[in-house]
Design a protein around this ligand. Structure first.
Ligand code: HEM
Length: 76
């Protein structure tokens, strides 16, 4: 198991946590019971999703960049 795989799995499960938190938020909204911490319930996983998602986005470019030989033919 490498770091990239862990980030992808983390992103997967965070997406479920975020989805559930959105449902909780909508229910709270319908019952007019919104509160700051119920909002945080969705905001915290969303921020973590954004960070892990940006890492996932960069992965293929970083892999290509690492795999490309240096100008003198040396691997970097
Ligand atoms: C907030 C900013 C987010 C960014 C920048 C982002 C970015 C990404 C990227 C780059 C990938 C990988 C795509 C690939 O395979 O090349 C990905 C996968 C995925 N994202 Fe996001 N994402 C974000 C938010 C979310 C949210 C809100 C959800 C759902 C609630 C979500 C669910 C998923 C799932 C399920 C995958 C597939 C994971 C897997 O490979 O098993 N993401 N995301």
């Amino acid at each position: 198991v490498n770091g990239n795989h862990l980030i992808r799995q983390g992103h997967r499960w965070l997406s479920i946590a975020f989805t559930l938190a959105v449902v909780v938020n909508v229910v709270a909204l319908a019952q007019q019971a919104q509160s700051f911490w119920i909002g945080l319930l969705a905001l915290v996983p969303l921020i973590l999703l954004m960070l892990s998602g940006l890492v996932l986005f960069c992965q293929p470019y970083v892999a290509r960049w690492r795999g490309r030989p240096a100008p003198h033919g040396r691997r970097v």
